[in-house]
Ligand binder design. Sequence first.
Ligand code: G6P
Length: 479
Amino acid sequence: MSRLIIVSNRVALPTDNKPASGGLAVGLLGALEQSGGLWFGWSGDIVSGSRAASGPLVQHRNGVTYATVGLSRRDYDQYYKGFSNAMLWPTFHYRIDLARFDRKEYAGYRRVNNLLAQQLIPLLEPDDVIWVHDYHLLPFADALRAAGIRNRIGFFLHIPFPAPQVLTTIPPHEDLVKAMCAYDLLGFQTHSDLTAFRDYIEREAGGSVAPDGTAKAYGQVVRGGVYRIGIFPDDVAAQASRPENRKPVLELKQGLAGRKLIMSVDRLDYSKGLVERFRAFERLMEMSQSRQGDVSFVQIAPPTRSDVHTYQQIRERLEYEAGRINGRFSSLNYAPIHYLNRGFDHRMLMSLFRASDVGFVTPLRDGMNLVAKEYVAAQDPADPGVLVLSCFAGAASELSGALIVNPHDIDGMAEALDHALSMSLPQRQARQRENLAALHRYNLGAWRDDFLTDLYACPIVAVDATDSAVPQASASALA
Ligand code: G6P
């Protein structure tokens, strides 16, 4: 069996006292353990230019090999903070108002992709299969191909892929999509993401999409598919009912003094719709006097990317909103919003989900949103909470038992909260069964195995007489 090489911007390197706990890391590690291979990417450290160029640090942990590299300050600023997170992230989440383009940053983005590719190449073997993850690395296969690498290379985009009208606001959009076509297989979270990519190929790139979904553009052939990322629901259920967490959960319940609990957990990101969510909770209080003092809302939002200006802005805005709403509705022994800017142990979060009455997950745009899936898996089937979910999260197409809301409709979200808080037990159980069945139908293992099966089935790239790379099986079609 070919070795698997996973490439991602961040590498989930387990430490002695903190094993990999996030679902994605566990899923990918499972694949690495089966096939051998390694996980390659940025260590998360900013280092001197000479150290960044000195080659990857290779480490073995729990039977898996990790190869990590540091980034110089300039590379971090241009590639990660700049083009990836100040241009691609907002644009791919339909926030072109927050996007900021800088040519130097784009050059840095391409340069770091080349640099990372150069660092990976000495570690590669001829029949390794390479699986690259997320928007930081759109041109990674292009960089490998330019260096003569002919292995199968697949890419999975964890975030949305925007419609051409939005994508084309990125000045080098054509260069980016052309580079994406150097992959053998492109994986998207939802059909609308895949459709957006195909629309670009047909309408902007002058390419074509065959009935089997294969796209041809810029003299290249690339397959595309939808692979909805999932979780391992039984593992989450086990974490949620850990006896170790009983004490903190009891303490939380005591503090609530019989009040209902609405819970949300997100990275502190403007794509998560937190301002709208706070306002919807405020509207719930306004709508019904009886809800005042009767329900608490816990929002956990650990800060990320805090050196990017737009993230500083959203943080200030939320502090203002939480303070304002609490000022309005608090009493001496009650504060409606508990807004916590710190991370929690994943297993503890799952127990908190289980103890809550409503999971409130309302991103303005999200590739999939695994928190929504984890919320469902963490519930007690005998007395489950209700998921209120944004129609703009990829998960909405699967979780038909959720109350689906438009996160721009504050009244609609407040009504959904009210409905969720007063739903009967049989209704909650029926919705829970429906959602849980969806999680089991397509779990994280199915996502991973489907993607890898399709990637292994891609024809190996051959080099023709003119030295342009063409997949063997499709060479005649291209000629
Ligand atoms: C999103 C992205 C991931 C990223 C994560 C954390 O989920 O899709 O690629 O790793 O956010 O963001 P950070 O910038 O801290 O790596």
